[in-house]
Design a protein around this ligand. Structure first.
Ligand code: IFM
Length: 392
């Protein structure tokens, strides 16, 4: 029996664009149309059904929940802050608190207001000021009920998909621009971090806990070739640790938010990989990768919060095996003095998986996209036992 620490946070994550529906003013809404992608449409109708969804999370013994605020809803036109939308998100936070679910609020989860994207997005010289204006408003309004803030979700994934691979908005494949956006995002986070702390001080509130959600990927080299080793270490630094090092240098992390799904292997031949299972998206399932990353994070000497970990599968047994195997590695890392304070599964609901549409099923809860009815999966019930007893 593995026993997790008292006070451990248990729950799940979502992001606004992937569950709310009808996010007309976001860049992705237009991107889907332009490229004939599966439209996000009404999504899970979580914008209307959030209370019911939080009831489900509560019934599953969760004590924390991560969601994001859609900047484009709050500021659909440049400089116009929509008070009704801010009230909506206030109610989201209150609804979580009423159910004893600790809110973790993400301020930017990939999508941008269309007007901001049309001005060049993060490449615009004023981008950080626009972002801070929105952040300031939200934090002024919600500070008294929120402790955990995530400024930016997976900055390296955003840069990779949008500016390197060019398969997400703004589809600009350019190393030069990728580097510019990297610098902007580091600065945007750092300034948002300072701003949020300042607001809490001015309001005489206990210090907030602020981080980014850092997508980490294991990079393992199974070849003795020094060139392969170099590539593997280089990717590990570039994708995983460069931004964390920079943010630590700027003294702008109160804890480390981790999203982990898969690992990459540099091997001599595909024979060596054939025994590693995969999800239905072809992602390797490698819980040991999470363990090894968690131990590497010990060097920052900060609390670690797993903000996302999940699998797309239509075999719910596989989902539970995935969760169980990753929790075991987390437990092992805690025994080895990694300061892990919580685990959120991605995701509470099946949802819109960006360019892949609705086909991937990551949810603890199945969503019928015709009727919007929800069905709790067996894996969710198994996980709920862990959340209840803090034991695996
Ligand atoms: O759906 C995404 C989410 O938006 C960010 N982290 C990874 C998830 C699964 O791909």
């Amino acid at each position: 029996m593995l026993e997790f620490p008292k006070g451990f946070w248990w729950g799940s994550s979502t992001s606004s664009y992937q569950v709310e529906g009808d996010n007309f003013y976001s860049d992705w809404w237009h991107y889907e149309k332009k490229h004939g992608l599966e439209p996000s449409g009404k999504c899970c109708r979580h914008y209307d059904l959030y209370k019911e969804d939080f009831d489900l999370a509560k019934s599953l013994n969760h004590n924390a929940h991560r969601f994001s605020i859609e900047w484009a809803r709050v500021e659909p036109r440049e400089g116009f802050l929509d008070f009704n939308q801010i009230e909506h998100y206030r109610d989201v936070v209150i609804s979580l608190r009423e159910r004893n679910l600790e809110p973790l609020v993400t301020l930017n989860h990939f999508t941008l207001p269309l007007w901001f994207a049309q001005k060049g997005g993060w490449l615009n010289k004023e981008a950080i000021d626009y972002f801070l204006r929105y952040v300031e408003k939200i934090v002024q309004e919600l500070a008294s009920s929120v402790r955990f803030w995530i400024t930016i979700n997976e900055p390296m994934v955003y840069i990779y998909q949008g500016y390197f691979k060019g398969i997400w908005p703004p589809q600009k494949r350019s190393l030069f621009r990728a580097i510019q956006v990297y610098k902007r995002l580091v600065l945007a986070h750092t300034r948002a971090y300072r701003l949020i702390h300042r607001i809490y001080k001015e309001k005489n509130l206990n210090s907030p806990l602020i981080s980014i959600a850092k997508h980490l990927r294991g990079f393992f080299c199974w070849s003795k070739n020094p060139y392969h080793k170099f590539i593997s270490n280089f990717k590990d630094y570039l994708f995983n640790f460069m931004i964390l090092d920079d943010l630590i240098k700027n003294k702008s992390l109160d804890f480390i938010g981790v999203n982990y799904y898969t690992s990459e292997f540099i091997a001599l031949n595909s024979e060596q990989l054939k025994d590693i299972p995969k999800s239905n998206l072809g992602w390797f399932i490698y819980p040991e990768g999470l363990y090894s990353l968690l131990l590497k994070l010990k060097r920052y000497n900060l609390d670690i919060f797993i903000l996302e970990n999940g699998i797309s599968t239509d075999d719910d047994n596989q989902r539970w095996n995935f969760i169980e195997a990753h929790l075991k590695q987390i437990y092992k890392a805690i025994q080895n003095k990694a300061k892990i304070i919580g685990y959120l599964y991605w995701s509470l609901l099946d949802n819109f998986e960006w360019e892949k549409g609705f086909c991937p099923h990551f949810g603890l809860i199945d969503v019928d996209y015709r009727t919007f009815s929800r069905t709790i999966r067996r894996s969710a019930k198994n996980f709920s036992q862990v959340c209840k007893e803090y034991k695996l």
